[in-house]
Design a protein around this ligand. Structure first.
Ligand code: FES
Length: 152
C-alpha cells in the first residue's frame, strides 16, 4: 500500500482514538514513545496521531497523577459561578496548581473546556468518571472517597 493510500485509509484512521485510549490505559499517559507506537502500528503520520491525542481532553499527553482531576471552565460552568471557585478550592485542598502533580503522585489538576454536562454544571472529571452538579461538600466527599480507596 502506498504512503498516500494509507493516509486515506478510513479503517486506520477510525482506530486512532481506540488505540490511543488503550495505550493510555497501559502506560498511564500518552508519552512520545506511546504516540510513536500508535502511529507505527496504524501506519499513520505521527503528526496526525499527536493532533488527535492533544484535541481530546480525555487523552493525556503528559504524565498525570493517579487521579487526574479536570475541572470544566466552559461557559455553562462559568455562568453558574462554579468553575473558578472549584479550581480555587481544589488548588487549596490539594496544594497544587493546574498543570501540577501532588508530591505523592496521587492527584493532578487541569482546567478544561466543556465536559458535556452543561445541564448539570458545574462539573469535573476524575480520570474517566464525570461528577456534576458540584458544590464544595460534594468535592470533599469525592476526595475523601479517593483517599479511602487508596487506603483500602
Ligand atoms: S460548560 Fe461545563 S460541562 Fe459544559
Amino acid at each position: 500500500m502506498s504512503e498516500a493510500t494509507r493516509f486515506r485509509d478510513p479503517a486506520n484512521q477510525s482506530m486512532v482514538l481506540t488505540a490511543l485510549y488503550i495505550a493510555q490505559e497501559q502506560y498511564g499517559y500518552l508519552s512520545q514513545e506511546a504516540l510513536a507506537r500508535v502511529a507505527e502500528r496504524l501506519e499513520l503520520p505521527i503528526s496526525q496521531v499527536y493532533s488527535t491525542a492533544s484535541f481530546y481532553s480525555l487523552l493525556r499527553t503528559q504524565e498525570k497523577g493517579k487521579y487526574h482531576i479536570q475541572v470544566c471552565e466552559g461557559i455553562s460552568c462559568a455562568l453558574c459561578d462554579g468553575a473558578e471557585k472549584l479550581v480555587d478550592y481544589l488548588e487549596e485542598k490539594l496544594d497544587i496548581q493546574p498543570g501540577e502533580i501532588s508530591p505523592d503522585g496521587m492527584f493532578s489538576l487541569e482546567v478544561v473546556q466543556c465536559l458535556a454536562s452543561c445541564g448539570t454544571s458545574p462539573a469535573l472529571r476524575v480520570n474517566d468518571e464525570l461528577h456534576d452538579d458540584l458544590n464544595f461538600d460534594k468535592v470533599d466527599r469525592l476526595l475523601d472517597q479517593l483517599v479511602e480507596r487508596e487506603e483500602a
